[in-house]
Design a binder for this molecule. Structure first.
Ligand code: SAH
Length: 256
């Protein structure tokens, strides 16, 4: 297997200080900005440690590990939570929603890439349901040609736009709307990834999935337990695989 790193359309290790006063900055940037001691944090090193842990937990796709290493998770959480940004934990992002744990983001993206990719090593167009703070969309931007990400809460859609702005990711398209209907204009998608869990997979998603494409979505099982479900669209039809139990915020209809 070729060990390709995805191309980076933009530098993602932009010093956070450039956009958020008082936040964690890289070692070089903290030297430049003379942060008080104890406040500065070499975010690249902390991220490298997070990535090592992800590899120990079984994430092996080099493109996923490179993407997790490139995206500053601390740029997507509130200033008060920055110290926890590289811990393997979900964190509140406002309006009752959460940013998923890094291990879950990496696992889902690795699964998404597992169905096959283009000759250049990338996934084609991807649809994300539940933009939240925009973190996962940024990670996806590193492994896919185009990312369409829908959010139903205006406050989070705006927040994601603001969080992502400094990175200038030309291949990320943020949409405000009800993701239950998918986004037909970007279809067909090589991958669909849901960051919120419903009782069933909306028909629109399977319709908008390309032949040979894969969808990953947390879904409520008959037992009441939520599990990660993988759906492959094959010439023989849809193939569904139920994986491990997960805890995602609920998929809701309508906008707010
Ligand atoms: N990927 C996000 C995780 C956000 S949590 C991140 O990296 O931060 C899941 C998000 O799904 C929430 O913001 C929630 O508002 C949103 N959501 C739930 N149902 C939705 C729907 N039908 N359409 C679009 N977004 C939805």
């Amino acid at each position: 297997m070729t060990q390709r790193r995805p191309g980076f359309p933009a530098r993602l290790d932009l010093p956070a200080a450039a956009r958020r006063p008082g936040s964690v900055v890289s070692a070089a940037a903290s030297a430049r900005h003379a942060q008080p001691s104890g406040v500065g944090l070499d975010s690249q090193a902390v991220r490298a440690r997070m990535v090592r842990k992800l590899a120990e937990q079984g994430i092996s796709d080099p493109a996923v590990l490179a993407a997790m290493s490139a995206v500053e998770r601390h740029g997507f959480v509130d200033t008060a939570l920055i110290n926890q940004a590289y811990e393997d934990t979900s964190l509140p992002i406002g309006l009752g929603q959460t940013i998923s744990k890094p291990s879950v983001v990496a696992r889902m993206i690795e699964l998404l890439l597992g169905a096959g990719r283009q000759a250049d090593g990338r996934l084609g167009r991807v649809l994300e349901i539940g933009t939240g703070c925009g973190y996962q969309a940024a990670v996806l931007s590193q492994v896919a040609t185009e990312v369409y990400s829908i959010e139903r809460l205006r406050g989070l859609h705006d927040k994601a736009r603001e969080n992502l702005r400094p990175y200038r990711l030309a291949n990320v398209h943020l949409l405000f709307g009800d993701g239950m209907a998918g986004y037909a204009k970007g279809a067909p998608y090589a991958g669909i990834i849901a960051a919120a869990g419903g009782d069933a997979l909306p028909l629109a998603w399977t319709e908008q999935l390309a032949l040979g494409g894969r969808m990953i979505a947390p879904t409520q099982m008959a037992s009441g337990q939520q599990a990660l479900v993988v759906v492959d669209k094959t010439p023989q039809g849809l193939k569904q695989t139920v994986l491990e139990a997960v805890h995602f915020v609920p998929l809701k209809s309508g906008i707010a």
